[in-house]
Ligand binder design. Structure first.
Ligand SMILES: [Zn+2]
Length: 256
């Protein structure tokens, strides 16, 4: 069974001493390919270095909306240079977060719009982080029309919003949240969506799965996310793996 973790921060310092071991465990669970999203300009170098030292890791670069205080407009120029010169599979993670206290929507929109334009220019998919701002994001995506599409990571919207993303060529990123019984809305959306509209992820080290709440999350757990999706879709885990992996391969050109 071949699985892909489409969103895992394996470059983070929490993994420093155990990275190789966790990648081997992931491989034993069928997870040989991992997309590693960027968060701030300061750490893009660390991310590119990490990806170059391990097989199966794929870099995405972006400025995350929750770290606005660390972004500067010059970072966008460096991003454009790196997208031109490095092997990067997506622009991300980028987005809108109106859940964080004192969210500055205008500043978030400034970085989002510039990065959506870069994704369009380089014909790359985007990894979107969106909380409490799906309608604003959908409005943006309708305007910019990204041919390469992308993933709405850790999808948290409504069924209606899910359908609108799919119509725009986006996939829903499904992770550990789905393993919690209280995630009733998300579970019902997943059970009704087409498997081809879903992509699997962990967001490790964040978003631990049910049953592992005191541990940092790790890429091997994509396997358990796949098992939960299979249960909801009443199909085999092999089928979930086959279809979601095919979607990830089609989306991220550096994964074959
Ligand atoms: Zn993330």
């Amino acid at each position: 069974m071949r699985l892909i973790d489409s969103h895992c921060h394996i470059d983070f310092p929490q993994f420093e001493s155990r990275r190789q071991e966790l990648l081997e465990q992931a491989s034993l669970s069928g997870v040989d390919e991992i997309v590693v999203p960027g968060v701030t300009e300061k750490h893009w170098g660390r991310l590119l270095d990490c990806v170059s030292h391990h097989a199966g890791l794929h870099a995405a670069l972006g400025l995350h909306p929750c770290f606005l205080d660390q972004h500067q407009p010059e970072d966008l120029k460096r991003l454009a240079r790196l997208l031109e010169t490095q092997t990067v599979c997506a622009v991300g993670e980028i987005g809108l977060d109106l859940f964080i206290p004192d969210a500055d929507l205008d500043a978030q929109l400034f970085y989002l719009d510039q990065q959506l334009a870069l994704a369009k220019q380089f014909d790359l998919p985007v990894l979107l982080h969106v909380r409490k701002a799906h309608d604003q994001m959908l409005q943006r995506l309708r305007r910019v029309k990204l041919q390469a599409g992308g993933v709405v990571h850790a999808f948290s919207g409504s069924k209606h919003q899910a359908m609108q993303y799919v119509d725009l060529g986006f996939k829903l990123g499904i992770g550990g949240t789905i393993t919690y019984e209280r995630a009733k809305k998300l579970r019902s959306i997943v059970s009704e969506m087409d498997l081809a509209d879903l992509i699997l992820e962990t967001d490790a080290p964040d978003m631990p799965l049910s049953g592992y709440r005191d541990e940092i999350n790790q890429p091997a757990r994509v396997r358990e996310v796949a098992e939960m999706v299979a249960q909801l879709k009443r199909c085999s885990v092999e089928q979930v793996a086959r279809i979601t992996t095919a979607q990830a391969v089609a989306l991220f050109h550096s994964i074959s």
